[in-house]
Design a protein around this ligand. Sequence first.
Ligand code: GDP
Length: 659
Amino acid sequence: MNVTELARKLKVPTKELLEKLPELGFDIGKKAIKIDSRLIDKITKSWVDHKRKERMIADEEKVTEVRLDDQQEEKKLEKTVAIPYSIIVREFAEKLNLPVNKLMVELMKNGIMGNLNQAIDFDTATIIGEDLGYKVTKITDKEIEEKTSARQEQKLKDIIDNQKNKATRPPVVVVMGHVDHGKTKLLDAFRETNVIDTESGGITQHIGAYQAKIKDRLITFLDTPGHEAFKTMRSRGSKIADVAIIVVAADDGLQPQTIEVITLCQKENLPFIIAINKIDKDNADPERVKKELSDINLVPEDWGGKTVCMLISAKQKKNLAELLEMVLLIADMEELKSNPDALAAGTIIEAHKDRNEGPVATVLVQTGTLRVGDTIAVGTVTGKIKAMRDEFNKEVTAAPPAKPVKILGLKETPAVGDVLEAIDDPKLLKQRMKDSKRNRTTANSHDSFADQGSDDENAIPTLPIILKADVVGSQEAIIESLMKLNTAKAQVKIIKRGLGNITENDILEAQAAKAMLIGFHVKTAKSAETLAMESDVTIHSYEIIYKLLEDVAPALNKIKAQETLRVQLGELKVLAIFKSDKHSMIIGGEIIKGKVQADKAIKITRDGEFVDLGTIKELQCNKEIVTEAVEGQQCGITYQGRPVIQVDDILEVYQETTE
Ligand code: GDP
């Protein structure tokens, strides 16, 4: 047969075949034209085997293998970590100083198929921690209390130090909880029933926060879209909320995000009230929620504990006044005071660039009074307040502590979470302006193209995303959350981010880059809608970050490189081959490390070299079928796979999962 003919049959270029044949033991010469027909079958079989092995080795590269030796090394560690009654997998990994992957392996070994953002309870964490050589202790309520009182002491000290002109300021409240448990509904209900300015016909402007009045006292509500935005601000070091209302639907109970926000509040020493919502529903079961709270050491007050629980219905506006009174009670205990006469300082909670008005930001004033005409600085951005508006879009000239106001007059769009300061020292202002100039020449503006995510595109598949949002705050919170979805196997890549409605240009870019086009709290121009239909681009619109994440996660999953995670259980040395069939073998051997279990994957190695993969179908010890045998025991194995095992081979036994 001609070499070219054989090459065609094997679907390989002739040159490659001629180069490879000597490696496979067929020395026919690099320039051969014909091959002895008696060799054809042998070459074909070898070639198929060779290709199979090549594929297998390539597949092996996608496998994350955790060998017994590595597992044992970790066991030698003797450290202590303290955690609350539950902890998110990712945070636990951080505490253990371990790559998340390794922690996931441990969880898997214990039969827990978790994801990064899942919370695990204290008992599970203890078992896993111990397996990894860590002693896990609980951060007790007492410690949390001690921490809180340390904060109180500091606070009190500050107050005493600066006693002059201190006045009580309204508390700032954040509403958090699991998706669909009623955060938005509750914020809407507060807004509708407790508006301060009834004449204006209600709050029309979304400026990121608003104030409501109860018993002649003001409360400021942060109107952020869920706790991700709150976390973004926290990660920038800004502490803005004084009390949290954690909403739990009475028909759904504690959910992962509920646990997450509870953990967050405990970490931040932020006092919280559990609002058990939707009690109007037939299937509402507030007692179950209380039981679940008790299970995680948050015993409700009426059960003899300290956790404040209120039964409410945001829909029927039931018990909302009582809930707010409780907020005020907690605020009173916190002694929230600041000096309204001082120069103002506050935190930026939203910011965007308006086509007509230029940079617009909402600042939550935290101390002092901000006035029109004040010279201000936010980081390196400077300006002079030209106008201020409240949530009713009403012009105001002064904003005292805890008042949120939209401000005009900044030279650039500031970052959410940055601190705004009113400045009366010309020298300081000059310095800020100098910094600002330098910054402008080096930094990108906030609404320009961004290139977040991995640059290492060859290795990791990426999901391109175009993100349009209404305000910088949401945009940053979304990007931060999206980045958290990134794994070693698939990554989000924000190819463009911008503020404002979705335009034709966005559609064209999404089409060109095959990107997922996401709009958050924005509309789509009519022309863009038509274009999207024509060009088969789907516009994904959201009002809630969680919903957005819920859609991106599976899309990311789809593009993810298939990878196998293999945790080594043990090793067996082959002592005898009893039977060999086309697809199976019966062998005998001794377990030299760890354990061997039936139905597990096997990797065959010979002199340290990879040979093949297969599975253990059946395991026998002393002529009895068993599910497991351990180090030192001899056993018989019915192996399924190609009959390639030889005496003295090592069979590495693995627990395998593909994700
Ligand atoms: P969020 O995702 O936490 O902001 O939840 P939403 O406020 O959007 O509420 C989710 C759903 O629950 C909506 O359909 C609301 O109308 C409904 N909902 C919220 N509060 C109540 C309540 O007190 N009772 C009843 N029956 N439904 C409610």
